[in-house]
Design a protein around this ligand. Structure first.
Ligand code: GLY
Ligand code: MN
Ligand code: MN
Length: 439
């Protein structure tokens, strides 16, 4: 990891130089951030680090710490390690593999930073707390020119970052194995989630996003995070979307299961898995992500025709926009320090924005694929009441096989999601590779 990190930091220094040049500034002060307090309370939400801090310093727990970078000298970390007998405080990871690439300053009080800041007139502040930055004398706070360069750089991962994203697969996959067993053992959503957390060695405040553990028709709620305590009377299906984190880098993996492996629903799951793998196989540098999203809609339209959910040809189903009712989200998104990583719409270092087309407002990536981008591929196929209802009074309603659709609503839906790296030759499926190595 040390060698990879050395390359990462060298690349990053050149990104910082270019950001500073664009904005005509002398240095970046990056604040890790502070946990958000609850209103009128002395408790706080779990700490989420400023991803730009984590991008430089791979420790997502470094609350209240600071970094200074000028793109030339080794980055300086002002690590906050208070003396505190109420809370478990982090010990400075000076001996970690990345330790030697930083100049260290330990702070025992958060406000010690004022003594180190000096004249910040020609420096940018990168962080969440704008008022705090103003009070410290910054006038360049999260300047767009700097953020555009950093965000664009973050979407092309270093080999160090790819290694972290690969590591993040393993605990998630162990969690998925345990969740699958819990499902077939008849456990509730709550219990399946516990099995996931235990096997993936995470508390629910450390998972990269709220786990989606959806039995039966709950699979039709795209971001279902409710976790029913009760075991349902009948079990048909499980959709579980859950990840893990490694040094702040996230995995984002979804699996769907049918209780009856001989059912048509099980057959649909297998077909969706295959469609996902077909997309992964076809990912190529220079092609816009929208092309794959559109292709997936055509395939799902074919599936709707083949399984006679809709009595029209695949082509007609696609043209009429019917596939959007069954697959109403995007094919995937960039993945990194954030689960929905930055710069999905950003076309260049200058920050040119390309919105998704009107037909696909939920698509989170309009980029041309480039080597070392990391993306999810996550096609879905759902029976969502709210979206189906819109067709009831539509002239094409008579082509809908309503009886069959109603029968399948008890399964909720299917999503299957892997994490892939774009490479010059052929995309690399990090999830599939980790699954192989876990066996
Ligand atoms: N887990 C959220 C997503 O798949 O985008
Ligand atoms: Mn997901
Ligand atoms: Mn995802």
């Amino acid at each position: 990891m040390k060698q990879l990190f050395e390359q990462h930091i060298t690349q990053l220094q050149s990104v910082v130089r270019s950001a500073l040049e664009q904005a005509q500034l002398a240095g970046l002060w990056i604040h890790a951030g502070t946990a958000h307090s609850h209103f009128l309370d002395d408790q706080s939400a779990p700490f989420r680090i400023n991803p730009h801090f984590n991008y430089v310093f791979p420790d997502p727990l470094a609350e209240n710490s600071w970094l200074f970078l000028d793109g030339v000298n080794p980055p300086k970390v002002y690590f906050y390690a208070p003396q505190d007998y109420w809370h478990c405080t982090p010990s400075p990871p000076t001996d970690a593999f990345f330790g030697e690439f930083f100049q260290w300053q330990i702070m025992t009080q958060a406000n010690e930073i004022t003594a180190f800041l000096g004249n910040v007139q020609h420096c940018a502040f990168i962080g969440e707390n704008v008022v705090f930055a103003e009070n410290l004398g910054f006038s360049h706070i999260n300047p767009k020119k700097v953020l555009n360069v950093l965000h664009f750089a973050r979407s092309i991962k270093s080999e160090f970052e790819i290694a972290c994203l690969y590591q993040a697969q393993f605990n998630a996959l162990k969690g998925h194995q345990a969740a699958k067993q819990a499902f077939f053992a008849g456990e509730s959503e709550f219990e399946i989630n516990l099995a996931y957390l235990r096997a993936s060695e995470q508390s629910d405040s450390r998972v990269p996003y709220g786990n989606i553990v959806a039995l039966n028709q709950h699979g039709a709620i795209l971001h279902y995070t409710h976790l029913d305590l009760a075991r349902p009377a009948e079990r048909h299906s499980l959709l579980i979307d859950a990840g893990a984190s490694y040094l702040g880098y996230a995995s984002d993996i979804t699996r769907s299961y049918a209780l009856d492996s001989k059912s048509e629903f099980a057959e649909l799951i297998a077909k969706m898995d295959q469609l996902k793998l077909n997309v992964v196989d076809s990912l190529a540098v220079g092609v816009n992500y929208l092309a794959y999203h559109t292709q997936m809609h055509q395939w799902i339209a074919d599936l709707l025709a083949e399984h006679q959910f809709i009595k029209l040809s695949g082509e007609q189903i696609f043209e009429e926009g019917i596939s959007r009712t069954f697959f109403p989200h995007g094919l995937g998104h960039q993945l990194g320090l954030q689960v929905h990583d930055v710069a999905g719409f950003q076309q260049n270092v200058r920050g040119t924005h390309k919105a998704p087309p009107e037909a696909y407002p939920s698509l989170r990536c309009t980029r041309d694929l480039a080597p070392n981008m990391v993306l999810t591929i996550e096609p879905g196929f759902y029976f969502i009441e709210m979206l189906l209802t819109q067709w009831l009074s539509h002239p094409l309603s008579s082509y809908f096989n309503w009886d069959k659709i109603r029968q399948f609503q008890r399964f909720g839906g299917i999503r299957t999601e892997d994490n892939v790296v774009i490479r010059l030759e052929k995309a690399e499926n990090l999830t599939a590779k980790a699954e192989q190595n876990l066996k």
